[in-house]
Design a protein around this ligand. Sequence first.
Ligand code: ACO
Length: 335
Amino acid sequence: QGCKLVGCGSAVPALQISNDELSKIVDTNDEWISVRTGIRRRHVLSGGDSLITLAADAAKKALEMAKVDPDDIDLILMCTSTPEDLFGSAPQIQKQLGCTKNPLSYDITAACSGFVLGLLSAACHIRGGGFRNVLVIGADALSRYVDWTDRGTCILFGDAAGAVVVQACDSEEDGLFGFDVHSDGNGIRHLNAGIKENESNNALDSNGSVRSFPPKKSSYSCIQMNGKEVFRFAVRCVPQTIESALKKAGLPASSIDWLLLHQANQRIIDAVATRLEIPSERVISNLANYGNTSAASIPLALDEAVRSGKVKAGQTIAAAGFGAGLTWGSAIVRW
Ligand code: ACO
């Protein structure tokens, strides 16, 4: 059983924030941000905006391109670390799309690697579970968890949603192969947004019993990041995972038409491309306009590249995600 991508779509919130605007709220400037990251502006959810609506908009566009009716979807995977509801957002997207046949819908939490893991899950469900049309959505609103007084992190992130339709096909047409995925919990200290310490319900007394009952309501801290360590991790692990994915797919690096990395920092993208000897003309990058949109960044960049005619039918893309967890992984995808 093969599976292939048959449609993509994306959506961003209306509110756009430039580097100059950020420099009014933290001690930074356009030059510092552009030179160190490549980011010039980002979109941010505001007012009554909803991540579910954004994700549903991206999904509708992907379904339209794929010519798949919402009632023909049999699985929705919502890759997000910032769900609208603690219990998951995927069923709400199913509702907004008007799927009347109650397809299975659930969330996948793996930060900036979420979309690659969503593709892997879609492929497994199709190959082993008899699913035919799987909607994989990457959507995040990290702006809700950013400390807007911390210039080291607030300049990096933006909100967005991207989606693809993965469809069952004959094995000769297979367009998703060579997955290579990893995680390392030791890296949590470098990038996290944990339950707030002072609200932790895990405080134990000397007998090992929980001190207070009933527990207090919990909330999450803002994003804490050691940028230099995350940078080192990405530049070390991403080329390795792409090389492993290519090996599993039985393809040489020269067969890659496009390198499509999670859009975190232009310097990371350039360093990985250099290490893999992929020329800049074959590297997809749009983070100047969106910043780091976490699980949305790969499908958002793919959608732009497809709709602008850059990525053409039959071309091979090496896609890689990396981020909190730590998690990282790649997939070789034929568009
Ligand atoms: N504007 C101006 N100055 C700044 C800013 C800013 N926005 N931020 C930090 N600085 C200052 C620092 O205070 C420091 O000053 P000092 O030398 O006086 O102490 C100086 O600039 C250098 O700071 P560094 O943190 O060392 O800068 P670095 O070159 O490492 O760049 C950056 C920081 C851009 C965050 C980089 O480390 C990076 O991109 N790392 C990867 C981060 C990443 O991709 N994270 C997302 C992972 S995806 C996910 O899962 C969410």
